[in-house]
Design a protein around this ligand. Structure first.
Ligand SMILES: [Zn+2]
Length: 95
């Protein structure tokens, strides 16, 4: 049985802020891979990016996003990421 690709289209790159390898992403609204204009967060440091037309990551300042619903969703995702990172640090699973 073949496993479904969890992130079709995602490229391996490094976070511009923390230099950790970013090689996967998960779509919060469906099963498709990333598309131009989608946003993503670095799972290690919370840096925000958008995908360009080649699906390369372009750093984005959260305050530059005019759509309040999208900005609020990204703020909540960042908050959830911080809680997850804190839990991993307590367990000694993240440096
Ligand atoms: Zn990072």
């Amino acid at each position: 049985m073949a496993m479904k690709d969890a992130n079709p289209g995602a490229k391996t790159t490094k976070c511009a802020k923390c230099s950790k390898v970013l090689d996967a992403c998960t779509n919060v609204t469906g099963e498709d891979g990333p598309s131009e204009g989608d946003y993503t967060l670095c799972a290690y440091c919370g840096s925000l990016y958008t995908f360009d037309s080649q699906l390369d990551l372009v750093p984005v300042d959260l305050d530059s996003i005019q759509d309040t619903k999208i900005r609020n969703t990204l703020e909540m995702a960042r908050g959830a990421l911080r809680v997850f990172q804190s839990a991993l640090q307590v367990k000694g699973m993240m440096n």
